[in-house]
Design a protein around this ligand. Structure first.
Ligand code: GCU
Length: 418
């Protein structure tokens, strides 16, 4: 049986004070099941699942500029340190999108004002990208609630799981994209498939948007597929800016796993997203790389050589030499809202490493808003925590994105978007 969720938004402040070293309540925190750790360690002996075997590490300082100046104001963060960190992520991790000119056009190819038994309007929009006579189409699917004042805030899912989860006819329904539930909460919900933008396999960057926009010899900081999918999310945002039904100041970008890594990068590159949600984004997403817990940089590079830029390969087995770590990626969302969540069975994605990244990103959020915080000690299972512009939960169960998770996203959105 699933345990219930307990939102503790209002309690978050007292929470963070309750948990301190030596406090007996310190035990009320999530811990990986020892059985799961032992089992995974046997089946994957090349990867570490023991907290006590994590090597000592020092995170790069978020708030010291490359010239050694301490950042103390929101203005210095936005003007100096944020651009520096964004560049470091482009150069070393996700890669840089090319500046090749292209044109884009939007066409509503299907509209049903009476979708979901009249609860919503379905719009299917073809976003066509053209360059030098070649083109590619991103198929955006969206439902907009009917009985709600427009424009409405919207969720955009970067789908990495295939069309059976995102059926516009609603004959097939999936918790991965619970459109009816989001509509019932008064929000628009939309989705595009990452494969429309770039195939999720190593094709030497010949197809998809790489094939369309890349020119000349590929550079070590040229964008990989995650950056390409993130770019696709921005093209959907371009469309929202033209649609009077959508409040484009309140758009959340959401992704699961590889889609979660993508959502975090989309939010870093494109400040038009007001809420960024990384669900079980794991290594290369929210998880601190220096912990080397579960999936590693080496494994990401060997298993998915098309996801990141070529420079990322330098850090395989060499995490301490990375000029960034993932708390810095999360900080790039500030002052906008950020939600990170994990699942207890997904040790491959290092839930604690994701939490620590969020916790370590807080100083940047707090430059803007002192109330943005999560407790110092990772919360227990199924206890949602949020305050200001940061939130988190760890759900019990499998690596997936479920209705329980979406309810937490919407609860957070309700307070962020008021
Ligand atoms: C693999 C990969 C992860 C990724 C996941 C997914 O497990 O190693 O990094 O997050 O696939 O996208 O489901």
């Amino acid at each position: 049986m699933k345990r219930g969720f307990f939102p503790v938004c209002a309690l978050v402040l007292s929470f963070s004070f309750l948990y301190s070293p030596g406090n007996s309540q310190v035990d009320d925190t999530w811990k990986a099941s020892p059985e799961a750790v032992a089992k995974l360690s046997r089946s994957q002996p090349d990867f570490n699942y023991y907290e006590e075997k994590i090597p000592a590490y020092t995170l790069p300082d978020l708030l010291v500029t490359s010239s050694g100046r301490k950042v103390t104001t929101a203005n210095e963060w936005m003007k100096v340190r944020r651009p520096e960190i964004l560049e470091l992520f482009r150069e070393n991790i996700f890669g840089r999108a090319p500046e090749t000119p292209y044109t884009k056009s939007f066409k509503i190819v299907n509209e049903d004002k009476n979708a979901m038994n009249g609860a919503a309007t379905l719009k299917q929009v073809d976003i066509t990208i053209e360059s030098e006579g070649k083109s590619l189409v991103i198929h955006l699917i969206m439902f907009v609630p009917n009985r709600v004042k427009k424009p409405v805030p919207a969720f955009l899912l970067i789908d990495n799981r295939g069309p059976e989860n995102t059926d516009p006819t609603r004959n097939l329904k999936s918790e991965f994209w619970p459109a009816e539930e989001v509509i019932a909460r008064g929000y628009a919900i939309s989705v595009f498939s990452n494969s429309d933008v770039d195939p999720d396999d190593f094709d030497d960057f010949r197809n998809g948007i790489h094939g369309l926009l890349d020119r000349g010899v590929r550079k070590p900081d040229a964008w990989g597929s995650l950056a390409a999918w993130a770019w696709g999310a921005s093209r959907c945002m371009d469309y929202f800016e033209t649609d009077k039904d959508i409040n484009n100041k309140k758009v959340a970008v959401v992704g699961h796993s590889r889609g979660g890594k993508t959502a975090l990068w989309a939010g870093a590159e494109d400040q038009r997203f007001s809420l960024v949600i990384g669900n079980e984004s794991g290594a290369g997403g929210a998880a601190l790389a220096r912990r080397r817990f579960g999936e590693t940089v080496a494994k990401l590079n060997s298993g998915f050589p098309h996801w990141f830029c070529a420079n990322y390969k330098k850090f395989a087995g060499n995490e301490d030499s990375m000029p960034v770590d993932m708390h810095m990626l999360l900080a790039l969302t500030a002052p906008r809202a950020l939600y990170i969540d994990c699942a207890s069975d997904d040790l491959w994605g290092d839930p604690r490493g994701c939490y620590l990244a969020l916790y370590n990103a807080l100083p940047v959020f707090q430059l803007f808003n002192k109330s943005s915080m999560v407790p110092r000690i990772m919360p227990p299972l199924n206890k949602q925590v949020f305050s200001g512009h940061t939130g988190f939960h760890i759900r019990d169960g499998v690596h997936n994105m479920l209705l329980q998770d979406w309810k937490c996203f919407m609860d957070f959105a309700d307070t962020v978007w008021k």
